[in-house]
Design a protein around this ligand. Structure first.
Ligand code: CP
Length: 322
């Protein structure tokens, strides 16, 4: 297959993506359109080495399965190379600072993805280096690249965002996926219902931001009465690792669990999402229902991250590359 010369595909390089505020609504829609174009490449049906010669640094100071591997698959399927850094086994154990570690990566790679347990670490890294930084989760802060794949999944299922009833469930206090996703959904005119126990409510400042973005936001601790009117139910894990006290975690660890029988009476096209990993939130009996979307959602990390990597590296795939 013939590809257009890369010179014809150059576009202005996107900067860092630390929170969803780093992307306009127009940029988000363009990334989602581009991700759709990337689906055959993501599946390996078409070979498209647009990122040949480029290097991605995967900087994981906290565990990951999906985010790290889908970025790696995205980069490799586009012909690029990947450096995988995990803090275990690195010179972090000798006392090397985040600043110094990122200085090395600035020279070794063209773009870096970073996950770190400390909120603000992605912005700190972005300030320390010149290459684009993509935040793959900073403590209980944000996870914007997860939001892109979540938005892609919702749009592919429902066609548009406006007036959808989306229910975010679980740990909305510490859950960074919920923080980033709620921001984007409010901007796209979704009706948001936030379901959590009192101790894990969405932080007041985020709820206030959602309202100022024009979001219609309801808060409750009741899940099951939301199901019949929902278009999307987005379950989240209780973030055990962020609790200062194990007893407090135990009180809420199994508070919401969806089973197949809970879905009786739900809308035909309602989808159940989860950023994964799940613990107790979705019973395996749900997996074989038409509503289960979480594994497809995880796959969608590949085409959306392909679109994001191309944009970060200055390759415009909205042009006729396929
Ligand atoms: N959704 C998500 O961030 O999964 P990982 O923690 O496995 O990367």
């Amino acid at each position: 297959m013939e590809y257009p010369p890369l010179e014809q595909l150059r576009e202005s390089v996107m900067g860092d993506v630390i929170t969803m505020d780093d992307l306009t609504n127009e940029e988000i829609i363009k990334l989602l359109d581009n991700a759709r174009k990337m689906l055959p490449v993501a599946k390996g049906d078409i070979h498209l080495p647009l990122l040949q010669g480029k290097v991605l640094a995967n900087m994981f100071f906290e565990n990951s399965t999906r985010t790290r591997m889908s970025f790696e698959t995205a980069m490799k399927r586009l012909g690029g190379e990947v450096l995988n850094f995990t803090s275990a086994g690195s010179s972090v154990s000798k006392g090397e600072t985040l600043f110094d570690t990122m200085q090395m990566i600035d020279g070794y790679a063209d773009v870096a993805v970073i996950r770190h347990p400390r909120q603000g670490a992605a912005q700190y890294s972005a300030d320390a280096v010149s290459i684009p930084i993509l935040n793959a989760g900073d403590g209980a802060g944000n996870h914007p690249t997860q939001t892109l794949l979540d938005l892609f999944t919702i749009r592919e299922a429902h066609g548009e965002f406006k007036d959808l009833n989306v229910v975010l469930v679980g740990d909305l206090r510490y859950g960074r996926t919920a923080h980033s996703l709620s921001n984007a959904l409010a901007r796209f005119g979704v009706n948001l219902t936030l379901v959590s126990p009192e101790s894990l409510k969405m932080p007041d400042e985020i709820v206030s931001d959602l309202k100022s973005l024009g979001g219609i936001v309801n808060e409750t601790d009741q899940l099951y009465e939301q199901i019949k009117d929902s278009d999307v139910i987005y379950m989240t894990r209780i973030q055990k690792e962020r609790f200062p006290d194990e007893d407090e975690y135990s009180k809420v660890s199994e508070i919401y669990t969806l089973t197949e029988s809970d879905l009786i009476g739900s809308k035909e096209n309602m989808i159940i999402m989860h950023p994964l990993p799940r613990v107790n939130e979705i019973h395996p009996s749900v997996d074989s229902t038409k509503h289960a979307m979480y594994f497809e959602q995880a796959f969608n990390g590949i085409p959306t991250r392909m679109a994001l990597l191309c944009k970060s590296l200055g390759i415009d795939i909205s042009k006729e590359v396929l």
